[in-house]
Ligand binder design. Structure first.
Ligand SMILES: [Zn+2]
Length: 346
């Protein structure tokens, strides 16, 4: 407003800003509650913290909708299901409703919302030079075998080579845990990541299920003390694993790769899931494990046997990795210490 005098508005604005940030900081601690034995925060306070508009559901089947012009985040009551800009993400703990208010676990605010909504802050200082691709299985370990005899170990090696071609064309330094048909222990794979100073680790697998399941899923570690998506019970151990140091970056990587894979393949979105796989637990850098399709599904097996489809999967992997690397680089260019905008999604 042109009529306002800066001498009056200045101190008033400063006071409002200071009061606002003090309230935001205080609110986070004061409103935290213990539900089911873990710390939870009101979704309304979380929304306010990230300047997101909140729309409450009219029934239990509808999500709590948190939005701004760049973000569409859906949280489903009494469920670990969440959708971030259309991609399915399984939370560490269910969103709860108590006395008419909705609550999100502290672990999910810190290791899911924070990296997805503020990747610039979450990725600051993360190295981004060398990518280690890990084709699963090998040698005497065939992995899963499709109904037509397709072996996981062969296709994931081919996928890794194709992915590397795309990455190398974009001048990214790529290493492999294996480039031929040999057996490697999980220990050897994580040790290679440490010895070769890998900045991120992408393990490539194909899935199998007794059901007619199809689609793509990307695994990250659950936050320390939280359940996997395989079992609903929380583990006895609450101390973090080595891999938990990289939870924020791994989640940004998982989201970029899962979104890109779905865009390239149009496969069913099974989401970002959580498991304490040894490879993820012991990883010395941000790490994900991608299950790029089901060999137990005859349709998906025949699609994966088509080299043109494998090229699409590989392009999806590579473009996701490149999106992540771009987000890391952008966080370096951002002036140190400046708060990132709430909508700076990669
Ligand atoms: Zn596998």
């Amino acid at each position: 407003m042109a009529t306002c005098k800066p001498t009056i508005l200045g101190p008033a604005l400063l006071w409002a800003l200071l009061a606002g940030s003090a309230l935001a900081l205080g609110a986070r601690r004061e409103v935290e509650v213990q539900l089911d034995g873990i710390p939870y925060r009101p979704v309304a306070a979380v929304a306010a913290h990230y300047h997101l508009e909140i729309a409450l559901p009219r029934s239990d089947n509808e999500p709590v909708r948190l939005t701004n012009p760049q973000v569409r985040l859906h949280l489903y009551p009494h469920s670990r299901r969440a959708e971030f800009n259309g991609t399915l993400v399984w939370l560490n703990a269910p969103v709860l409703r108590s006395r008419g208010r909705f609550y999100l676990s502290r672990a999910d605010q810190e290791s899911v919302l924070e990296p997805l909504l503020r990747p610039t802050a979450a990725l600051r200082g993360v190295p981004h030079r060398r990518v280690l691709l890990d084709p699963g299985h090998g040698g005497t370990d065939s992995g899963t075998v499709g109904t037509r005899g397709t072996r996981e170990k062969d296709l994931v090696l081919d996928l890794a080579h194709r992915t590397a071609k795309f990455l190398e064309a974009a001048r990214v330094e790529v290493e492999f845990t294996r480039t031929d048909d040999r057996a490697l222990s999980l220990d050897q794979r994580t040790r290679m990541a440490a010895d070769r100073e890998a900045d991120l680790l992408v393990s490539i697998h194909l899935n199998s299920a007794p059901s007619a399941a199809t689609g793509i899923e990307t695994f990250v570690l659950p936050a320390a003390g939280h359940a996997t998506t395989v079992a609903t019970a929380r583990p006895a151990r609450v101390t973090p694993f080595a891999g938990n140091q990289h939870d924020a970056a791994s989640l940004v990587l998982a989201h970029a790769v899962q979104r890109s894979l779905l865009g390239q393949t149009r496969a069913v979105d099974r989401g970002i899931r959580r498991a304490r796989f040894q490879l993820l637990r012991d990883a010395p850098c941000p790490a994900i494990l991608v299950e790029a399709g089901f060999l137990s599904s005859p349709e998906e097996e025949s699609r994966l046997n088509d080299p043109a489809y494998r090229d699409r999967v590989a392009r999806g992997l590579a473009l996701g990795i490149l999106d992540y690397l771009t987000a890391v680089r952008r966080s370096r260019l951002d002036t140190a210490g400046s708060p990132s905008s709430p909508g700076d999604t990669p």
